[in-house]
Design a protein around this ligand. Structure first.
Ligand code: FEO
Ligand code: CA
Ligand code: CA
Ligand code: CA
Length: 698
């Protein structure tokens, strides 16, 4: 039998000078921001003085003092009759191992992990090889888009024929390998062979990451099925990719694989996604840092041996003892796995992989209609734990504008404005290679500023340790610290209202925020429940450098939450840890939750049941629960067909709450969706239709 190691043990060893990498759930979202830019303790104090106790208990005051003033700054909204926007009856919370949708709706699974979509179309088996996994749907589905088959517009065209494109965020090795069965493995542990890993198991895990592109078509009976089409493709952790933008060719990305610093292999930990106005797909690289290890050390003043990582590793949480899955330990010693060890081994950067982590943390563009295209990492959008990318609706002749959140505790929200104007007839990914990156500062009075992250501006100069725009971008977090951005409660997905251009972002939670660290946009200490912030650019001009913001909802239970109306959430809509977010063409705001697996169905979190999806009216703030998922999962990824009559959502990591002992005994907490004792739980897409053929949510 092999042995195993645990992320939590690993992170417990990571105390290292300036870097304190405290691991989150299954290695996600490590906290790496120890910068000293303000957390607005002084602002809080001013707000406290200005907004004297409104009413009631301290618990109520916590929300009222901070949230109500922000909400009260709401701009006047169009008085359209929107009470019919939410046409379904809310469903209750659920702890069942199934997907529940409202009365009158049907949910069916599609494209579970392991379904063959390309190459030799190998059928799913537990003992599929690594190569076979590369021809199958990846694991742990996340962001997703339905591209109508005409290939002209991301939101117009066929509603029964198209390409479904989705990210695969991470893997749970224990459910993937025959060798793991019977071992006491938790969700973040891998089966080891002594001190190495079986190379084919590593290949299988690498190939289960990345992006799946599959032609799907609606069948005569109303179900959807994968079509065997030459457009079908797997992009994985090994697919050759090109670096573009200011970092291309920089000394910071030169490696043994790419001595000229123009290429890298693969995309990893792709969480939410983006869709460009020119009909391509963007995969965001989120918690990539832990996939690498850098064992470089130095001797400190006390004579102790301590980790010695460059800031472009340390500020992102690159591991110092063992990587997340130990891929660098593959027993063949192949170069594509050795590269996950970013320790300095040679006398020159182009002879080892010390710079390999610098080729991750970017936004990756994939043309789903060209299976031979090389994915592009667009470095101008910055390097961080990109949750996803959302675009303002493009304006002919104006720059394109998009936003991306950095999902870790106390990290930031960013905006990119292209230098070149958008022209529908000629728009391409080049718009993402030359532009200005900004980071958000949320002021206590409801105003906000976009701070420029440009070499030579705002003190980003050699005197302060920044030597080029490539340096600023590889060290985006450090640059954002320097200019004084606002530290947020884990920015996850964003969404842009297609009508008003208001931008919404989920802030999922942050239990590390102290009372001294609260600010108006992150108003709760030990924030267990999360909130949704939104803003409008000054003059409703997407390129503006100022904005007005408010809070759309403070999530939580009935005694610690607040809707736009000022009322608390109730049985129809209590939720926690908002993560996925999307506004559909009818302006329904879809909210998906990701309560971490260590908290799901336990203690104060039990009242929320399994992770869920809700729909909100952005004008009234009304919210209703639309869907509940099976056991142990999160709901993430949502898109409809152009006619809005078919919705696709993803169920990620069902069964992740299974303990190591339960796993060893074969007692998996979830067997969704197959519900067979012969099958492990599998992430899958869910297709939702209304039984009367109507518009989803109506
Ligand atoms: Fe991968 Fe931030 O959720
Ligand atoms: Ca997410
Ligand atoms: Ca997650
Ligand atoms: Ca999350």
């Amino acid at each position: 039998m092999g042995n195993k190691y645990s992320l939590r043990q690993k992170y417990a060893r990571l105390m290292q000078g300036a870097v304190h990498n405290d691991g989150g759930e299954h290695g996600d979202e490590p906290m790496c921001n120890h910068s000293n830019n303000p957390v607005f303790a002084d602002i809080l104090h001013r707000r406290l003085q200005r907004r004297q106790m409104l009413k009631g208990s301290l618990a109520l005051a916590v929300t009222s003092m901070f949230a109500a003033p922000a909400i009260s700054t709401l701009r006047t909204r169009p008085a359209a009759a929107q009470s019919t926007l939410l046409g379904f009856k809310a469903i209750p919370v659920s702890e069942a191992d199934t997907v529940v949708v409202p009365e009158g709706y049907t949910a069916r699974t599609l494209m579970p992990w392991g379904e063959p979509i390309t190459g030799d179309y190998p059928a799913y088996r537990l003992d599929n090889t690594g190569t076979e996994q590369g021809m199958q749907v990846g694991m742990h589905h996340d962001g997703m888009h339905f591209f109508p088959i005409e290939g002209r517009s991301p939101y117009e065209g066929s509603s029964d024929d198209g390409l479904l494109v989705m990210n695969h965020e991470y893997v749970e090795p224990r459910y993937m390998h025959q060798s793991a069965m019977g071992m006491a493995l938790s969700s973040d542990q891998v089966p080891m062979q002594g001190n190495t890993r079986a190379a084919d198991e590593v290949l299988k895990e690498v190939n289960a990451h990345g992006v799946s592109i599959a032609h799907i078509r609606k069948q005569a009976d109303g179900t959807w099925a994968v079509q065997r089409n030459a457009l079908n493709r797997r992009v994985t952790g090994l697919t050759p990719m090109e670096l573009r933008g200011p970092v291309r060719g920089s000394n910071l990305v030169r490696t043994k694989y790419s001595p000229d610093g123009t290429r890298t292999r693969g995309t990893l930990n792709n969480c939410a996604h983006g869709v460009t106005p020119w009909n391509t797909y963007l995969a965001a690289e989120e918690n990539w840092a832990g996939y690498f290890v850098n064992k470089d050390t130095t001797t400190n003043a006390q004579g102790e041996t301590v980790p010695n990582l460059p800031r472009e590793h340390a500020r992102y949480g690159v591991a110092t003892s063992q990587s997340r899955y130990g891929w660098e330990l593959a027993d063949t010693g192949a170069d594509e796995y050795v590269r996950f060890d970013a320790s300095t081994k040679a006398n020159r950067a182009i002879a080892d992989y010390r710079n390999e982590p610098n080729t991750f943390g970017w936004v990756v563009e994939i043309d789903p209609f060209n299976p031979n295209s090389t994915p592009i990492k667009h470095t101008a959008l910055g390097r961080f734990a990109h949750e996803g990318v959302v675009f303002q609706p493009p304006i002919e002749g104006q720059p394109i504008v998009c936003y991306s959140g950095d999902d870790a505790r106390f990290e930031y929200i960013y905006k990119y404005v292209s230098t070149q104007p958008y022209h529908q007839a000629s728009a391409s990914g080049e718009l993402l290679d030359n532009g200005t990156l900004y980071v958000a500062k949320f002021n206590d009075d409801g105003s906000g500023e976009w701070l420029t992250l440009q070499f030579g501006q705002n003190g980003l100069t050699p005197a302060n340790g920044f030597f080029s725009q490539a340096d600023v971008l590889v060290n985006t977090r450090t640059a954002a610290d320097f200019v004084g951005a606002t530290k947020m409660d884990r920015p996850e997905w964003g969404a842009v209202d297609p009508e008003t251009r208001e931008v919404y972002f989920t802030l999922t939670n942050n239990t590390r925020r102290t009372t001294e660290q609260v600010d108006a946009a992150n108003p709760r200490p030990e924030n267990r429940w999360g909130q949704i912030v939104r803003w409008m650019e000054a003059g409703n001009n997407p390129t503006a450098t100022r904005f007005q913001w408010d809070l759309f909802v403070l999530a939580g239970p009935e005694d610690d939450s607040q809707k736009l109306s000022g009322q608390a959430l109730d049985a129809d809509n209590i939720f926690a840890s908002p993560d996925g977010l999307w506004i559909d063409g009818d302006r329904l705001l879809w909210i998906q939750t990701d309560i971490g697996e260590s908290e799901q169905n336990k203690g104060d979190f039990a009242q929320f049941g399994n992770n869920q999806m809700l729909a909100a009216n952005p004008m009234t703030g009304e919210i209703r629960r639309f869907l509940t998922g099976p056991i142990g999962q999160e709901i993430t990824g949502v898109i409809t067909t152009p006619d809005k009559r078919t919705m696709f959502i993803n169920v990620q990591h069902p069964g992740a709450t299974t303990t190591d002992a339960e796993f060893a005994a074969g007692n998996f907490k979830s067997r969704w969706p197959d519900q067979s004792p012969a099958m492990p739980p599998r992430s899958a897409t869910v297709v939702i239709t209304k039984n009367d053929g109507g518009i989803i949510g109506s």
